[in-house]
Write a protein of this length. Sequence first.
Length: 313
Amino acid sequence: MAYIGRDISNLSDRAVLDSITTSATATYNLLLNSVAYVPSSAESLTVSLNGVIQKPQSSYTVSGSTIVFDSALTSSDSIDFILAERAITLTTVGSGSVGTSQLADNAVTTSKISIPDDAVLNIGTGNDLAIYHESSSNKSYIKESGSADLVIAGNDILFRNTDDTETMAYFQNNGAVTLKYDHSTKFATTSTGIDVTGAITVNGSALGGGQTKAWVNFEMVGTFSVRDSFNVSSISDEGTGDVNVNFTTAFANDDYCAGGVTRFSSSNTNANVCYRGVSNPLSTTTAQMAVRGMTNNSASDSDYVTIIFSGDQ
């Protein structure tokens, strides 16, 4: 592995040993800053005697921390300098021996972290949380295998597509949970329940067609008025016993169903709600309805009329 430690450029690989005063002997102690110095070999020393560089192993040898010249010197001789060349030894750092204290703050950046396919980033003492990418399926995993829960916490949590252009799910703090299909909301929780956009299918069967999709309760006698309604934008008086019901949200087709009840305050108490006698009484946006007497099929106004519509929207 690469060298870890002080910058090599800051290490001196040569040192001048302490001065030696000559005398009538061939052996002298080698000192560096008053401490015995043991050279690695005679060749690692550059020795100048009386202005002449000496040849190692011939003019001198070394033994431990001493230098031995080939003959005894005298006090008139001068050892000009002894230059020691020190070897630099780089030690390979053992596996697991580098801790966080050896790393400088911010030394490891995101550009230096890359986890290859099928390698697992384990988190926790028991490797309870694992994050990895599986090459065989091209799927990425966040897996909690401990005994507790996997908690994803945040004020608002969004699940987005890779390009960050579409929302798939949106969880709002103290608000709605919204599920989307192709960036279009299909399911949302509300303060009173849920809001579903589109048909609901259970075991392959759509529930939408069996539900009431619009209804209206209105009065025809006297002043024509609507008491209450659902998914009805307006209702128009088309003459005695005839009305047009206009829907806020249109039906998917004109095959929907309609049914109703009436109450009469006049002598004609038997009446029913039916389609008007036209070629196409139903369209996706409007239903042409009528109130007719059951005994004589005469057009009559009723003081209470309720009409209910069911079908696909």
